[in-house]
Design a binder for this molecule. Structure first.
Ligand code: ADP
Ligand code: MG
Length: 486
């Protein structure tokens, strides 16, 4: 199908998307055992008998997991029911030694929430706690599926997950991405998940269907797994929309199934038919008590809720930042925290933001470091901003000094003093330089006086060059005008 016809066809269909997001909760130990959840250690060294699923062992619920579940639910505007419980979800897979996963089925910890994404409300059906499985590492390269054998690493088994299930409320890949980004930012700010898609600490299954515009019932959906970046999420959705429209247009039916995104080939591939709940033989976990969550407990956690991304954006806008800038700042948590410290020290927010967005951002990118890894401190930054906003140094000099502060640290004031960088506001001194420049450029003076007004900028540039950018701009303008015109 050509791109042009697909574009036409797309107008006939509406896309429906719902996301299931697994977030790894940042607890020190696992959800039902005291093994460490630390990432990247030697394989199978964080595996207690509980994690290994030995007969006779009993799981013990980690209270911190519940705390984080409640905090997340509240941040996502969910209700936290007074009762929830755990269930066994049975399936056979080599990375699941018990033969079942402890999850929550019909009574999850969070229900009925939402996130506002650019003015639109995306419903959150539920969020439930569960344990992660282990990891298979595929080795060799001669087998049927491209590897000849697989190794099992159970360090990850039992890591707490919160599965956050959205309503089918999204209508484009852009909306799905925006929702996913807001969800990640929220989880990061409340400190429950580091949100690293590439490392798998946040994983997303995208459910996608299409229906003719105007049709009420949803179309049959496919569930796409293995999308581990925002870009992959968007590409996978776009691919899937085209695939499904093609199928419907040719008079066939979309099959409900699980498909895998192949990022190299840019396609989704059928993985398996969709399981239904009854395939899992869910039943209440007999080794764990149902969980009673008192209102006092919920209130205690609510009282610890940090500022959420949306509130933070609004606060930044109230300082005079554009909504675009506020958004960019909030997306970069470490920079936002740094910015807050600078604001606490009473620096001008817009000036601070300008440096952060331009010179500082460029430096961090170039050097591949975080702001904490530089020598810039909130105090030295504020000193610099004040020098610029009071006119003691020019903006351009400020840009140079901030780079020095990032690299070498120190105090902006003493750099200015040592290197003689302060603005020249001594009228007589500046006048002398202006006259020198005029004398040195007789032909330009003639042209200017003959009507070539644009040459004014040339003279400004010459004086700035002479003074290494230190001339007081207003004074320079005035002096040049009177010397040239007068
Ligand atoms: P399951 O438990 O089988 O995965 P759910 O009912 O929990 O199914 O739905 C999983 C996800 O699929 C939810 O995010 C939901 O919003 C989404 N979803 C359900 N129906 C559709 C559909 N027709 N098109 C797109 N997404 C859908
Ligand atoms: Mg599901």
């Amino acid at each position: 199908m050509t791109a042009a016809t697909m574009e036409e066809l797309r107008k006939k269909y509406e896309v429906v998307i719902g996301l299931e997001v697994h977030a790894q909760l940042k607890t020190k130990s696992k959800i039902f055992a005291c093994d460490s959840t630390e990432f990247g250690n030697e394989q199978n060294t964080q595996v207690s008998p509980i994690t290994l699923g030995m007969p006779g062992v009993l799981p013990v619920l980690n209270k911190e997991v519940v705390n984080m579940g409640i905090l997340t639910g509240l941040a996502l505007n969910c209700t936290i029911p007074e009762h929830c419980k755990f269930d066994r979800k049975q399936y056979f897979y080599p990375d699941l030694p018990k033969g079942y996963q402890i999850s929550q089925y019909d009574q999850p910890i969070c229900i009925n929430g939402y996130l506002n994404i650019e003015g639109k409300r995306i419903g959150i059906t539920r969020a439930h706690l569960e344990e992660d499985a282990g990891k298979l590492v595929h080795m060799g390269s001669s087998g049927i599926a491209g590897s000849s054998y697989s190794l099992v690493d159970l360090n990850r088994a039992g890591t707490p997950l919160l599965e956050i299930v959205s309503e089918p409320d999204m209508r484009s890949s852009d909306e799905a991405r925006a929702y996913m980004e807001e969800l990640r930012t929220t989880l990061r700010y409340i400190g429950v998940c580091d949100g690293n898609l590439e490392e798998g600490s946040m994983r997303c299954d995208a459910n996608i269907s299409v229906r003719p515009v105007g049709q009420k019932e949803f179309g049959t959906r496919a569930e796409i797994k293995n999308v581990n970046s925002f870009r992959a999420l968007q590409r996978a959705i776009e691919y899937e929309i085209d695939r499904q429209i093609d199928i419907v247009e040719s008079g066939e039916e979309v099959v409900q199934e699980t498909r895998l995104w192949d990022d190299n080939q840019g396609v989704t591939k059928s993985m398996r038919g969709k399981e239904d709940a009854h395939d899992y033989r869910y039943f209440p976990e007999p080794d764990l008590m149902p969980l009673e969550i008192s209102r006092e407990w919920v209130n205690e956690i609510a009282a610890k809720m940090p500022e959420l991304p949306q509130q933070r954006r609004e606060r930044y806008i109230s300082y005079g930042l554009t909504s675009y800038d506020a958004n960019v700042l909030v997306e970069q948590q470490d920079i936002a925290y740094f910015f807050d410290k600078v604001i606490d020290l009473k620096a001008d927010p817009k000036a601070a933001n300008n440096f952060l967005m331009k010179e500082i951002a460029a430096y961090l990118k170039e050097e591949k470091v975080t702001i904490e890894q530089t020598k810039l401190t909130p105090e030295s930054f504020v000193e610099l901003i004040n020098l610029v906003t009071t006119g003691a140094i020019s903006n351009n000099i400020g840009k140079q000094i901030v780079v020095t502060l990032l690299k070498e640290g120190g105090s902006a004031k003493s750099i200015v003093e040592k290197q003689g960088l302060s603005v020249i506001s001594d009228e007589n001194a500046l006048k002398e330089i202006v006259q020198k420049v005029i004398q040195a450029n007789p032909s330009q003076v003639q042209l200017y006086r003959g009507g070539k007004d644009k040459l004014f900028g040339f003279f400004v540039g010459q004086v700035m060059k002479e003074t290494q950018g230190r001339a007081n701009p207003q004074m320079l303008n005035k002096l040049l005008k009177s010397e040239l015109d007068g």
